[in-house]
Design a binder for this molecule. Structure first.
Ligand SMILES: [Zn+2]
Length: 141
């Protein structure tokens, strides 16, 4: 059991590092474009959307991509830290292991598939309750 856990951690780490490289390359590419256009700033200066507010409308897409890349890189760094604490890939709801396939597709998901679906169902029924006002009535347990 311990060995298979280790294998999983290794595979997840590899996946996260690959994604890290991917987003870093993408960010560099976008930054390279900016540099050519004579705008100088660095990834470390991108803190929020306000920092990039001086870009023109035509640069909006590229700007959004950079923000998104920066966000993803932060989340990957956080995920790698959690991986070290063995808390990455653990469902926040039930504490169970999130499937590797699911993590490959959604590296930042906090819930396993079952809990995600249960939460979505709950959210939906909450909304339905709110719409129908029946939620205000005390429920028999
Ligand atoms: Zn779960």
């Amino acid at each position: 059991m311990a060995t298979s856990m280790k294998g999983r951690q290794e595979r997840l780490k590899k996946m996260l590092l690959e994604k890290n490289r991917e987003f870093e390359a993408h960010l560099k590419q976008e930054l390279g474009k900016r540099m050519k256009e004579g705008t100088t700033f660095f990834a470390s200066t991108i803190r929020d959307e306000g920092d990039l507010g001086y870009f023109g409308f035509e640069q909006e897409i590229s700007r959004r991509q950079m923000i998104s890349c920066t966000e993803k890189l932060k989340r990957i760094a956080a995920a790698l830290e959690r991986l070290q604490d063995s808390t990455y890939g653990v469902c926040e709801e039930c504490g169970g292991q999130i499937g590797e396939k699911r993590l490959l597709a959604m590296p930042f998901t906090a819930y396993c598939l079952e809990c995600q679906q249960a939460l979505e169902d709950e959210e939906l029924s909450e909304k339905i309750r709110a719409w129908t006002e029946e939620g205000d009535q005390p429920r028999e347990v």
